[in-house]
Design a protein around this ligand. Structure first.
Ligand SMILES: Cc1cc2nc3c(=O)[nH]c(=O)nc-3n(C[C@H](O)[C@H](O)[C@H](O)COP(=O)(O)O)c2cc1C
Length: 376
């Protein structure tokens, strides 16, 4: 429920914009970064990177169009923190200086449009080494070692659907992955990103450690919630230390696994509090897809994660931004006005229409690129 659907707006209008349309268009400051508005692009894998993990022309045009289109923050898709952490051979990567240099084209263009360039850092875990979704049967078909694939690691030797059987992560693997995230955060700084996001949801390695459904370990990384949080919190701490203090670090957090015996909102709230203690700046709230089963997906419902975001905001005191089935600007406005969230992330709606935010600002010439004024 958006209980405060028609509640008075508590967020003040932006001073610089003459055509204030709603609180979703007001700026949000996080550390030293001011995001011009609160409608942001959600990370969406494009499986279009060069073989060395560098972004291609596709990424420049794709992300560039959404930055021109008025989204306040552009979250670049899940980007692998090392070659063995990729989902597919066409994933973006950010583990060396050459890749960082290639990302600069994206960050400078996005910044020139007034949007904040952000990047999601990811280690795939047991969801690694598969084909792009459009290649094969459409189910992320596995690519096995020997056919160009690579070994994957996970908390336990439990596969994701029909993907390859992962190896149980050793303590050395865990230490290396923490270091990979930290190094990648440094590369993100070199690349010109102003925000990094740690992917701790959607069944990838950090989520897989958090959930008892995929983590069957008996060492200090399994069992109690305290133990299951240990690795994700180590990553959060390492990334926070590696990324400049004046720039925010987000975590994409799972609010629930939607499956009996999995993570509940109560466990997610405890994790959220720990993330706040580590210095994380904002929670990007999502859920599900730890398992292949249909029941593990979020139900089809407008703004499905809003109440979870509200709960995690209250538990942690952190700003929150829900994602999921927020497909129009009026819903985005209602969510921000309700106070249940500080911003929203949009995914598929921005795939369908890169100019969604601009359409909403038809009367405000100053938010349109000069090159397009004659269309107004
Ligand atoms: C093509 C596509 C690629 C995606 N890739 C990612 C990703 O790289 N990282 C991530 O956290 N979520 C990813 N997602 C999930 C979206 O970020 C978002 O959470 C989801 O689509 C729900 O939001 P929506 O209803 O606004 O689309 C992807 C979704 C789509 C449709």
């Amino acid at each position: 429920m958006i209980t405060a659907r028609f509640a008075p707006q508590e967020v003040s209008p932006p001073v610089s914009s003459p055509a204030f349309v709603g609180p979703e268009m007001s700026p949000l400051q996080l550390r030293d970064v001011t995001v011009a508005n609160r409608v942001w692009m959600s990370p969406m894998a494009q499986y279009s990177a060069a073989p060395d993990g560098k972004p291609t022309d596709w990424h420049l045009v794709h992300y560039g169009a959404r930055a021109v289109g008025g989204a306040g923050l552009i979250m670049i898709e899940a980007t692998a923190v090392g070659p063995s952490h990729r989902c597919t051979a066409a994933d973006l990567g950010l583990w060396n200086e050459e890749q960082a240099a290639a990302h600069r084209r994206l960050t400078s263009f996005i910044s020139e449009q007034g949007a904040v360039p952000a990047i999601q850092l990811q280690a795939a875990g047991r969801k690694g080494s598969h084909k792009p979704p459009w290649d094969g049967l459409g189910q992320n078909d596995p690519v096995h070692v020997g056919d160009g694939g690579w070994d994957t690691i996970a908390p336990s030797t439990v596969p994701f659907g029909d993907l390859s059987l992962p190896q149980e992560a050793s303590h050395a693997d865990i230490d290396r992955t923490v270091a990979d995230f930290a190094h990648s955060a440094k590369m993100a700084q070199h690349a010109g990103y102003r925000v990094v996001e740690i992917q701790a949801s959607h069944g990838y390695i950090l989520h897989a450690f958090l959930s008892p459904l995929s983590n069957h370990r008996t060492d200090e990384y399994g069992g109690t919630l305290q133990n299951r949080m240990r690795f994700p919190l180590r990553v959060a701490r390492a990334v926070r230390q590696a990324f400049p203090e004046e720039k925010p670090v987000f975590v994409r957090i799972t609010a629930t696994d939607w499956v009996e015996g999995g993570i509940s909102i109560d466990e997610a709230a405890i994790f959220a509090k720990e993330l706040a203690a580590v210095g994380i700046d904002l929670l990007d709230v999502t859920s599900g897809v730890l398992l292949r089963d249909v029941q593990a997906r979020p139900p089809a419902r407008d703004g499905v994660h809003i109440e979870f975001a509200d709960a995690l905001k209250k538990a942690s005191g952190l700003p929150v931004a829900p994602v999921g089935q927020i497909a129009d600007m009026s819903l985005a406005g209602e969510i921000v006005a309700s106070g249940q969230a500080d911003a929203v992330l949009m995914g598929r709606a921005l795939l369908r229409d890169p100019y969604l935010v601009l359409h909403h600002r038809r009367d405000d010439h100053s938010s349109w690129p000069n090159q397009y004024h004659r269309a107004l």
